[in-house]
Structures are given as C-alpha cells and as structure tokens.
Design a protein around this ligand. Structure first.
Ligand code: ZN
Length: 328
C-alpha cells in the first residue's frame, strides 16, 4: 500500500510540473523559490542530466496499437520536451517498406539513427565473434539511407562478449569503422513492465493502464537514483546519463508521464548527442563477461562495489515478484 501511495504522489507531482512549464519565466522562478527548502538555492545545485535512448523500434506491437499510432505518440512526447534522442535500430524489426517510413519520420525530426545490430544476437558463448560482426555490419545497410544515421553501436542485451578476446576483437572492429559504443548508464526493465501490460490486456481488454504506468515510473526513477549514486561513488562526479527505454506499447501510451516525472524528480532532459560527449563514454571497462550499464561495469572493474552489484544488472526476475504482489 505504501508503495502505491508513493507512486501516485510521484504522478501527481509530475502533472504539477507539467503545469508549471506553461507559466511565464518570472512566475516560474517564483514557484521554484517558494517550493525550494530555505537552505538550498536552485542555482547552487545543478540538475542531474539525462538523455533518452530508445531501442528496438518495431512494426509489430501486437494487437494493442498500430505502429503508426505508436510512432506518432512517441515522437510527440519527445518533441514536447524539445530534445533529440538516440534511436537504436535492430534491422530485422523494420526491414520492409513500412519500416523505412517509420525511420524516415525519426530522421526528419532530427533524432540520431543508430546501429543495434540486425538480428539482436546475445554476444555470449553461443555467438562467435564472426557471426556478431557480420550481424552488426548487416544493420548498416538498414540505417544507411538516413541523414541522421550516427556511428554509435549499442550491444543487444548490453552484452559485450563473454571472453576478453571476443570483447576486444569487437571493440577493435568498432574503432576501425569509426563507431562509438552507445552505452546505457541507467539500465532498467521497462520492456518487462510493458510485456506484463500487454499480457493483461490479452486476458482483460479493459484493464486500466494507470497501475502499469505508475509501476514503470517508480521503477525508472528508482533505477535512475541507484545508477546516479553509483556513478557519483565510482567517478566522484555527476555524469551525463543515458536512460534505456524500448519502443513498446506501454511506453507509447505513457512516455509523456515518464518524462514529466523525471523533471518533477529534479532531472533535466538533454540531447543524446550531448550526453554521449561526456568523457565517461570513452571508457572501456576490462570486465568479463563484458557489458551491462556502463556505470555498473566501471563499478565492477574497481572491485570495490560488489555488495551493490547484482548480475545481470537489470532483468525481469527482479521485477516479477514485485509485480506479482501488486497483481499486475
Ligand atoms: Zn535491444
């Protein structure tokens, strides 16, 4: 019960934040000053920054909504914040005429179109370096037509190789082709919350969306707080964060609420291209198996944060019992 109350408070605050934005600047400062605690001036504590990165745009969203509607909703939510995101395209999900139409809409809106491999292979024991490399190169053909294609690669499942040799060979290939890694700093399991929502709609078509939205928002804010603190402890400074979310039905409906909730919690949305300029994204953690959130890997590499690092960093197994208890 306490959790639900907390979540609904978050959402109410988010709505309030949305209202504040329409005030003229002078009134806006007044509101901020009144709500700030007496000892903390807003200017003395710069806001933590994050960029949205969205993975796996797809034409197949099940029976919940058509891709055209999802695409329109997601693009509108992002443009309301006046930021440009990084879209990580997995070729097999969009490799037809409609997929090209979808990507063109993102390209025209100025978002970065990035490589997420063609077949979304898990770069572990079951995938050789050669197979993974071929699959990465195959995705280049899918994103090649777009003006805003960007040489940034995101590993599927954030898995960067199960041996040092495979890890380093692929890193060398990325370098050779002029790519950077599209690291996630704030990892999360939004995909699982959406999956549960879609499953529920399959059984109960009129099921309310609000409890799933509230769970998702609380989950994302919780993970953001965790990875921000971990980055502060490992690196001694606030980095520019990249939040991982997916192109899925739940996010298509609630992305405006998610983005408002982050602002209400004190975060500032920034362009993904700006976030990726942070020097932290040039790090190459020497961990094996390689991957997870970049912050997770950097923490792991120090050998000092074992008590705070679970493996994998995020997964459905952590959310399932909590969602079961809530009846979601
Ligand atoms: Zn993916």
């Amino acid at each position: 019960m306490r959790r639900r109350k907390f979540i609904s408070a978050v959402v109410k605050t988010a709505s309030a934040a949305a209202c504040i934005q329409v005030f003229p600047p002078s009134l806006h400062s007044l509101v901020v000053q009144q709500s700030a605690t007496p000892n903390v001036s807003p200017s003395s504590s710069p806001k933590p920054q994050l960029a949205l990165t969205l993975d796996d745009p797809t034409l197949s969203l099940g029976s919940v909504l058509r891709w055209q509607e999802a695409n329109g909703r997601i693009l509108k939510a992002i443009s309301a914040k006046n930021v440009r995101i990084a879209l990580f395209v997995c070729g097999m999900r969009v490799d037809e005429a409609d997929g090209a139409r979808m990507l063109a809409a993102w390209d025209q809106a100025g978002h970065s179109i990035c490589n997420h491999s063609y077949s979304h292979k898990y770069y572990g024991e079951q995938t050789s370096y050669s197979d993974f490399a071929v699959d990465f190169l195959k995705d280049e053909r899918v994103i090649a037509p777009y003006h805003n294609r960007t040489a940034i690669f995101r590993y599927p499942f954030l898995k960067e190789g199960d041996t040092a040799e495979k890890r380093d060979r692929f890193r060398a290939l990325l370098k050779e082709r002029g790519y950077r890694v599209g690291h996630v700093t704030i990892d999360a399991s939004d995909w699982y919350v959406s999956q549960r929502f879609v499953d529920r709609l399959g059984k109960q078509p009129n099921a309310p969306i609000a409890p799933y939205r509230d769970y998702l928002i609380a989950h994302l804010l919780d993970r953001a707080t965790f990875y921000r603190q971990l980055a502060l402890d490992v690196l001694g400074r606030d980095i520019r964060h990249t939040l991982l979310m997916h192109y899925n039905p739940l996010n298509a409906f609630v992305l405006p609420d998610v983005m408002n909730a982050f602002e209400a919690a004190g975060w500032q949305w920034i362009d993904a291209s700006l976030a990726f300029e942070d020097p932290v994204f040039r790090s190459q953690p020497q961990t094996v198996p390689a991957g997870e959130s970049l912050v997770w890997a950097l923490a792991k590499e120090t050998g000092r944060f074992g008590d705070r690092l679970r493996y994998p960093g995020e997964d459905d197994v952590y959310e399932k019992p909590k969602m079961d208890v809530l009846g979601l």
